[in-house]
Design a protein around this ligand. Structure first.
Ligand code: SF4
Length: 396
């Protein structure tokens, strides 16, 4: 089965107040060192897979550059990464190649480098079409720049564009949210991602909100009930606009679903490179109950630059694989086909499934089990019910 590749680029022009990713603003020197390390990591992918007893596939049908902001790299640096991938892997001619871009960073020479690398899909971290909301979280672009980028991408032949929106940003109101949704629909992009602002202590804004302070416009953040209502409104609005929901946070015109992200939710193999990148490959161990191998790099940049960010792998057995199929598949609106899950697993979760059906968080028709729209709002609580204790054996 062809692989999906993920490349993490943890550099940004500024750090958004709500961001809890391993990303930041770093010097050119660090960026150069990072590219060198990334090239080395990609070149040794097969060796790493062999050491981990994982199946290595050279054929690739999706590549995703995320982060961070990959378009903060120079055209040469982007070219080096594309070349490193093509040296090591066979990228299928129709592979989906996505690059995340911050609006306003798509200079003509960057766009050129993306096209030369084969990019055919771009995800714009728009977050809102209201300038006050965008500015309040520390982003440097304007709504107008997003629209200009969409036009530039189309003119360059990239029509497969995603726009991200966040419900619950400071200064957001129901009217402003509708204006953002209207603008998104008018732009005609075929894919949208809608997230609810996460409030946790891993971001400056989250910490300020928890502390009840006023910095980072925290006192202008709408309450969680309004944020949930805004998300539900987006689900209805985008459906009417021809972009039905296909995953908790994702909406697309028919045939424009993200092939790469579908790999994560349907447990197809992928190989990640760079800071905090995760991978899952099929296991190549016949004598043990091991179905797949998950492994990752840590999220400390200096450790990564020193070439020692690789963490211990986790071997997933057949029971763990079925559990993952369950809670990852439930992210999709089409849900899971209970026929594809081992009967012993569905039986072991019989009580949980019945409770969640009674609570109106799951619904079942025939063999298909899916989240309800309320279940999507409380998805983490639902998924927790499907994770048992040692589904996976940590390798020593
Ligand atoms: S651009 Fe994205 S990755 Fe960078 S700081 Fe903002 S949210 Fe985080």
């Amino acid at each position: 089965m062809p692989l999906g590749l993920y490349v993490s680029v943890p550099f940004c022009r500024s750090k958004c107040s709500f961001c809890n990713f391993a990303s930041g603003v770093f010097s050119r020197d660090k960026m150069n060192g990072y590219i060198a390390q990334l090239q080395e990591e990609i070149a040794s992918a097969e060796t790493r897979a062999t050491i981990l007893h994982a199946e290595f596939e050279r054929s690739v049908d999706s590549i995703y550059f995320g982060g961070g902001t990959p378009t903060t790299l120079s055209p040469d640096q982007l070219g080096c990464i594309f070349q490193a991938i093509r040296n090591e892997f066979h990228v299928q001619p129709d592979a989906e190649i996505t690059v995340e871009c911050a609006p306003g960073t798509l200079r003509p020479e960057i766009l050129d480098a993306l096209l030369q690398g084969g990019t055919n899909r771009v995800s714009l971290g728009t977050q809102s079409f209201i300038d006050e909301e965008i500015k309040s979280v520390g982003r440097l672009h304007t709504a107008q720049q997003t629209l200009a980028d969409i036009n530039a991408l189309r003119a360059a032949g990239i029509a497969n564009i995603n726009v991200d929106l966040i419900a619950g940003l400071p200064h957001q109101t129901a009217e402003r949210w509708r204006a953002s949704l209207d603008q998104l629909a008018q732009s005609g992009v075929p894919h949208a991602s809608v997230y609810i602002l996460e409030i946790d202590e891993d971001s400056r804004l989250g910490r300020e909100l928890i502390a009840g302070g006023n910095r980072y416009h925290a006192h202008h953040v709408p309450d969680s009930d309004l944020a949930a209502d805004l998300y539900l409104e987006a689900v209805d609005f985008l459906d009417r606009a021809g972009l039905p929901q296909y995953e908790i946070s994702n909406f697309a015109r028919p045939d424009f679903e993200s092939h790469h992200n579908l790999k994560y939710w349907t447990r197809q193999p992928y190989f990640g490179f760079g800071l905090d990148a995760h991978s899952m490959l099929r296991a190549n161990i016949t004598s043990l109950d091991v179905e797949s191998v998950r492994f990752a790099n840590g999220d400390d940049l200096l450790t990564y630059l020193a070439g020692s960010a690789q963490q211990e792998p986790t071997f997933i057995g057949h029971q763990g694989a079925s559990e993952e199929t369950m809670f990852l598949g439930l992210r999709l609106n089409r849900g899971i086909d209970l026929h594809t899950i081992k009967p012993a697993i569905t039986q072991s979760f019989d009580r949980e499934i019945r409770e969640l059906l009674n609570l109106g968080l799951l619904e079942q028709s025939g063999n298909s089990l899916r989240l309800t729209s309320r279940g999507r709002l409380l998805s983490n609580e639902v998924f927790e019910r499907f994770i048992t204790v040692p589904a996976a054996l940590a390798a020593g």
